[in-house]
Design a protein around this ligand. Structure first.
Ligand code: ZN
Length: 438
């Protein structure tokens, strides 16, 4: 790594999760952002430049981790290829070493015996208690064939599973059927490609562990109690999103910059940890609509003192949209605007955008590009005077990818983009401007 050259200005990237939206009939055809009163965003838009951002590329629907990773310095291809397992495991604070396999998992209700199991509830009735005891029972399962397993319960039915041992592969299929609508046959894990020996061995070990976990859980006293109370048993585990743990090397590291993430959401904290950024979390950061926005903004300001670039992640927009509550999304945006008004922004480069669009009509992510603004002290403004999807469409930023948006912010901050990346290793796969309109 060459000598660190800090950017001339600090950079704040505000990621409003699922901010982009579509016209909402109950908002008279406006989006929640358009309907919201946002004097601070509008002021920044008027002084700065607006545009639309495609998280990975036009026409692609992405999840939070991929859209955010592209805003945090991974190339679109790197971000799109990220598995969720390792990110969630890092977010849960698990000790991970390169070569481990991490999988997301659910406590689920399974029926049947031996290999012929069916999934009757893939969330075990959204179980709320006893998960630590259930996990402890599962974690008593002895290692086999040099492979150890560790289950860390998270909120409700969710957890992460770590498999450790030599020669593992993440090219194994999910056992989680995803569609929770009806009982269905449990599909055991198998290699994604025939003839892949490491994946063969990993899938075999995983299936053996899942069978044993079912045996242990089916007779667990807590499940006898759940049965007696008429609740679905947490009688098995389902897995998905297998990924191999390995270090992520992105643009920020290549430039030798110090990054920080302010978030309540575990996915974002995990992603930040994998990228080597400092986490700023607090019990009042809930990752929900009730998060302490004032505190988040003040913590972001604090993080900027010791870091070159800070990502401030706000989850409420996405939560409201998934719940199909456009008015709640609008109100949350207004509260964010008020909270950000307290920021000492005169000498800051500020970017505001999203990881993806979440449609409040359907509660689903869409491939629509997200609104974006760049506020640079003394920078060249465009004609956009308000922050909203339609207004951004005519802005001077044009339409760019998330990785390009980050480079625009870094450039505005004075980060040594070429010199450092040439000096310090492989170039960060620049995506040319012509790619954006291809
Ligand atoms: Zn998201």
């Amino acid at each position: 790594m060459g000598e660190r050259a800090p950017p001339a200005r600090k950079i704040l990237v505000v990621i409003m999760d699922g901010l982009g939206d579509l016209p909402i009939p109950s908002l008279e055809g406006q989006t929640p952002l358009e309907a919201a009163a946002t004097p601070v965003f509008d002021d920044w838009a008027a002084q700065g430049r607006c545009g639309l951002v495609d998280p990975i590329e036009p026409g692609t629907t992405v999840e939070t981790h991929a859209g955010s990773a592209a805003l945090m310095g991974l190339t679109g291809a790197q971000a799109a290829g990220l598995a969720r397992g390792p990110i969630e495991a890092a977010g849960a604070g698990l000790d991970l070493v390169a070569g481990d396999i991490a999988l997301r998992c659910n406590f689920a209700t399974l029926a049947g015996e031996g290999d012929a199991l069916s999934v009757t509830d893939r969330r075990a009735g959204r179980i709320l208690e006893g998960m630590d005891d259930l996990a402890a029972a599962v974690n008593a399962i002895a290692p086999h064939d040099g492979i150890t397993t560790f289950l860390q319960p998270l909120s409700q039915h969710r957890g992460v599973l770590r498999m450790s041992g030599p020669g593992l592969s993440d090219a194994v299929t999910d056992t989680d059927p995803w569609d929770g609508s009806a009982p269905q046959t449990l599909r055991w894990s198998r290699p994604q490609r025939a003839g892949d020996e490491a994946a063969e061995r990993t899938a075999k070990a995983l299936n053996r562990f899942l069978r044993q976990a079912h045996e242990v859980l089916a007779v667990h006293p807590l499940n006898a109690q759940r049965r007696a109370r008429g609740l679905p048993e947490a009688s098995g585990l389902l897995t998905r999103g297998a990924g191999m743990v390995h270090p992520l090397h992105g643009l920020i590291e290549a430039l030798g910059l110090r990054g920080a993430v302010v978030a309540g959401d575990r996915t974002m904290l995990g992603l930040g940890a994998m990228l080597g950024f400092t986490p700023f979390e607090h019990a009042a950061f809930t990752g929900l609509l009730d998060t302490d926005l004032d505190r988040k903004v003040s913590v972001a300001a604090e993080a900027l003192r010791e870091h070159d670039i800070v990502w401030l992640h706000l989850k409420g927009t996405d939560i409201a949209a998934h719940d199909r509550q456009p008015e709640a999304k609008r109100d949350y945006i207004e509260r964010v605007d008020v909270a950000l008004g307290a920021l000492e922004s005169a000498d800051l480069v500020i970017g505001v955008t999203a990881d993806h669009t979440t449609d409040s009509n359907t509660g689903r992510h869409t491939a629509d590009p997200v609104p974006a603004l760049v506020h640079v002290p003394g920078g060249r403004p465009d004609d956009v005077k308000a922050f909203g999807e339609r207004a951004c469409q005519g802005g001077g930023l044009g339409r760019v990818r998330a990785s390009q948006f980050l480079r625009i912010l870094l450039r505005a901050g004075g980060a040594p983009l070429e010199s450092s990346s040439e000096r310090d290793g492989p170039p960060p796969a620049p995506e040319s401007l012509t790619d954006a309109t291809r």
